[in-house]
Design a binder for this molecule. Structure first.
Ligand code: SAM
Length: 252
């Protein structure tokens, strides 16, 4: 057996091991979350949304549902994830870019950040993404942000295990969330992949540093960026995503 390789902050799950991500996630798994986003856009839009920018789109599981309603442009830092997304959704526009600094010289009716807020590590990064979003929104456009982890409900040391088999690969996917100090605004999301190919074991430990900010921080940064801001805590979101998850809706 190979010894386990620890890799910090390279997010191999989204690059070299993107195929592992593809084994554990699918548009079907994301369907109820995607429909929830669709519903919230419809409930809150002032302008009827036609064009939509999706930040941190990953492998396109959410776009798969949303593309039936909007013309979508999506951005992700990982070229590998974007390749996966293009295969699922050839009709959408995909760009490789860093959402923290992304500022396209075009405007959209809605901008969403539904599944990657954990990768914002400082208040400055949160502010910068909101400020740029403001520049890219049409008048009366809508910004929708889902924050999955709130320090108050943080699932300290939670470990989940998922087993998937495909062709000659057996995957055991372990995820652990751990905050050394809940006041430090960060936690480690550690992923361990036990990959058995024809019985041969390969083990990888992929440690992602993630941000953990109070609701007030998110709210205040959105207001500071110039949005009329509403914070929504739906019980149903707690069930679809994670207890304590909340939405922020911004309008100019
Ligand atoms: C949980 S995954 C999103 C999964 C996605 N919903 C899907 O359908 O596969 C988080 C994504 O955020 C992306 N990401 C992290 N930091 C980023 C950044 N600074 N700019 C753009 N994308 C980023 C990662 O590359 C990853 O694809």
């Amino acid at each position: 057996m190979n010894s386990i390789k620890r890799v910090d902050n390279e997010r191999q799950l989204y690059t070299r091991y993107r195929w592992v991500w593809d084994m554990i996630s699918s548009p079907e798994e994301y369907e109820s979350f995607s429909k929830y986003i669709l519903l919230k856009i419809k409930e809150h839009e002032t302008l009827k949304t036609s064009t939509l920018l999706h930040l941190g789109c990953g492998s396109g599981c959410i776009d798969y549902t949303l593309k039936n309603h909007y013309s979508i442009t999506s951005v992700d830092l990982s070229e590998d994830m974007v390749k996966s997304a293009i295969l699922k959704n050839p009709e959408c526009e995909y760009l490789v870019g860093d959402m923290r600094t992304f500022n396209l010289n075009r405007k959209f009716d809605a901008i969403i950040l539904p599944d990657s807020t954990a990768y914002l590590l400082t208040e400055t990064e949160i502010y910068s993404i909101f400020k740029n979003a403001k520049n890219m929104l049409n008048k009366d456009g809508l910004l929708l942000v889902m924050v999955e982890y709130d320090p108050e409900y943080f699932p300290q040391n939670r470990t989940t295990v998922e087993k998937v088999r495909k062709d000659d690969i057996e995957l055991t996917f372990i995820e652990n969330n751990y905050a050394k100090d809940l006041k430090e605004n960060s936690f480690e999301a550690t992923f361990i992949f036990l990959i058995r190919k024809k019985g041969e074991l390969d083990a990888v430990m992929d440690v992602h540093r993630a941000g953990l900010f109070k609701k007030e921080v998110w709210y205040n940064q959105m207001v500071k960026a110039g949005f009329k801001t509403e914070l929504i805590e739906d019980e149903i979101l707690g069930e679809i995503a994670q207890k304590g998850s909340f939405l922020l809706i911004g309008k100019i």
